[in-house]
Design a protein around this ligand. Structure first.
Ligand SMILES: O=c1ccn([C@H]2C[C@H](O)[C@@H](COP(=O)(O)O)O2)c(=O)[nH]1
Ligand SMILES: [Zn+2]
Length: 162
């Protein structure tokens, strides 16, 4: 008789969980984004979170959203989680893979997702829904045949002692 555990997490919970855990590495005080790229046969290929490029110190570059001088805001410097995950991949092609992300991708990430051959996006929150960036992402995904849908939260809470 089987003695298999029955309360193990689903694939979707696993990959969105990894994306959210990755987000907790972000130093962005306002929005932490995490991403997990997965092959068609459910192998994790890459992960990423939003942060500054290598060599650009988290303590020297700005994390603020607004300022009189654009150069003193984070937007010029942040590498988005999706792009970091794509660039972190060292295995060759991402063709046909799926991307789990905690925030709906912006238009710049959408372009990188499409060009790298990712075919499906599963996102959690879409707090900028209706913005031009998000609309542009959706238009490009639709045109390029990249499927996207919101992650269906299970309500499961996982506590990890570290
Ligand atoms: O596709 C995306 C869009 C945004 N991000 C990152 C970039 C920034 O660090 C934050 C957004 O900051 P706000 O203060 O909410 O404007 O999210 C990303 O990683 N991927
Ligand atoms: Zn982006």
């Amino acid at each position: 008789m089987s003695t298999k555990r029955e309360d193990y997490i689903s694939w979707d919970e696993y990959f969105m969980g990894v994306a959210k855990l990755s987000a907790s590495r972000s130093k962005d005080p306002n929005t932490q984004v995490g991403c997990c790229i997965v092959s068609q046969d459910n192998k994790i290929l890459s992960m990423g979170y939003n942060g500054f490029p290598i060599g650009c110190s988290d303590d020297m570059f700005p994390w603020v959203r607004e300022g009189e001088d654009d150069l003193k805001t984070k937007y010029f410097y942040t590498v988005h989680s999706e792009l970091n995950a794509i660039l972190n991949y060292r295995g060759g092609s991402l063709e046909g893979s799926k991307l789990y992300v905690s925030l709906f991708p912006c238009n710049e990430c959408a372009k990188a997702i499409i060009q790298s051959g990712i075919k499906e996006v599963i996102y959690d929150c879409n707090k900028y829904d209706g913005s031009s960036r998000v609309q542009a992402s959706m238009m490009m995904f639709d045109a390029a045949g990249v499927k996207y849908h919101q992650y269906q939260r299970s309500g499961r809470k996982i506590e990890i002692e570290l």
